[in-house]
Design a protein around this ligand. Structure first.
Ligand code: NIG
Ligand code: FE
Length: 416
């Protein structure tokens, strides 16, 4: 099946010239084409041709993009979408000045959502999570990472991972499951951290690896969560079982999570609000992706990650919502791009690289997705505007008109 997307105003290719990620200043180069059309064969980007050539190509279908713009499908690389319940009461407390860490230390925070998830059946979770996935798809998201981390015992972590895997089968987009059993210590293990760690290492990891329930093992390196030594032990075991690694680190405290991530060759370090200069240098000379989550800083009224310094030091930056009920109840990736531009002084081009190719690298899919390059999968988002700047300039507004996954239209805006 040969399809042509004809007459776009721009094709924002985010071309990496075969490198499959962008670092430092490269993140400013989007390689925007005008006067070209896109040829798709089955699920693959086959060619990019001048508009004048379109009529000479024998094809099954021409989709007239009519002056809209084509981007790579957006990649949402860090979410906690698999949760139930609400933490609006904590949000009220936060507005009064009580900190996220204080709330967590008094039994609220992550453990409150754990309670809600343990009380939700598989079917209830599927019903709650499904519209969230549809909402991401409507924004042009074609790949979505979802973490477990609100079950925190054998039964419920597996329940969440099975739900995430089921949703991956059910929805046309790729949903990448990450195991976040090391999100925090559940209340019943408060005085017995070692037993909880043993549960993760001796029971959960082997089961998850054997049943192929997660691609990544993630861990939260923080005073209210896990120490470097604890995560070191977890990650050694995860790695031995073939799981790749991700680390939530340097959100409130810089405890050594970055050295840990580098030691284990983790695919990403996520958060980095308080990352220090020494670690920035190390990140800039490594291939690890720095996943910045400015929605958290906005939601918690907290420090923003030093995006400019990271770019100056040649780091690879991705952006994500971190969608979760406690520190970023934001599932709008477009809003995150605008917050990143305004509050972290990222350029519009950098924000686009950060939600496409670099986000794909943060979940190990950069060779097949995340940019419009011949031979890659045809994952595309068509935005209803003539110039890509409008995506970041129209704050919180969804300009996505059409989402294409593996060459098929999976979403069409009613405003079409
Ligand atoms: O990425 N940092 C740890 N975990 C989440 C917050 C989860 C929650 O508060 O429920 C985050 O910010
Ligand atoms: Fe997170």
């Amino acid at each position: 099946m040969l399809k042509i997307l004809s007459n776009p105003s721009q094709i924002v290719t985010v071309d990496t010239y075969g490198k499959n990620f962008k670092r430092g200043n490269e993140q400013n180069d989007l390689n925007v084409l005008t006067g070209f059309s896109l040829v798709i064969e089955d699920d693959i980007i086959k060619d990019i041709v001048p508009n004048s050539n379109v009529n000479n190509i024998e094809c099954d279908e021409i989709i007239n993009i009519n002056n809209k713009i084509v981007l790579p499908g957006l990649v949402e690389c860090h979410t906690h979408t698999a949760f139930s319940g609400s933490r609006a009461d904590e949000f009220r407390d936060k507005l009064k000045g009580i900190s996220y860490e204080e709330i967590a230390m008094h039994g609220g925070g992550i453990n409150k959502t754990v309670n809600a998830v343990r009380n939700s059946s598989t079917n209830e979770l599927i019903e709650i999570i499904s519209p969230r996935i549809n909402y991401f798809i409507s924004q042009g998201v074609t790949t979505l990472e979802i973490k477990s981390g609100y079950g925190l015992n054998f039964e419920n972590e597996i329940k969440l991972l099975k739900v995430i895997n089921y949703l991956n089968e059910k929805y046309p987009i790729d949903i990448i499951p990450s195991f976040l059993g090391a999100h925090t210590i559940p209340l019943e293990y408060e005085n017995n951290r070692k037993s909880y760690l043993n549960l993760l290492i001796d029971e959960l990891l082997p089961y998850i690896s054997h049943h192929n329930l997660a691609k990544y093992c993630d861990g939260f390196c923080e005073k209210t969560a896990f120490s470097v030594n604890e995560l070191d032990e977890l990650f050694s075991n995860a790695k031995a079982l073939g799981l790749n690694l991700k680390v939530h680190t340097d959100q409130f405290n810089s405890l050594g999570g970055i050295d840990l991530a580098l030691k284990f060759n983790a695919v990403s370090v996520d958060h980095l609000e308080v990352v220090n200069d020494k670690d920035i240098k190390k990140l800039g000379s490594s291939d690890i992706v720095c996943v910045l989550l400015p929605g958290v800083s906005f939601f918690l009224n907290h420090k923003y990650a030093p995006a400019r310094k990271l770019v100056e030091n040649n780091a690879i930056i991705a952006l994500s919502t971190d969608f979760n009920p406690g520190s970023s109840n934001i599932c709008n990736l477009n809003l995150i791009m605008s917050i990143a531009a305004i509050k972290m002084e990222m350029t519009i081009e950098e924000t686009i690289s950060a939600v496409t190719i670099n986000a794909a690298k943060a979940i190990g899919l950069e060779k097949e997705r995340g940019s419009i390059e011949i031979g890659k999968k045809a994952d595309l988002a068509i935005f209803d505007t003539k110039d890509y700047s409008d995506i970041v300039y129209n704050i919180g507004k969804n300009l996505n008109n059409m989402t294409i996954k593996n060459g098929e239209i999976i979403y069409l805006s009613e405003l079409n």
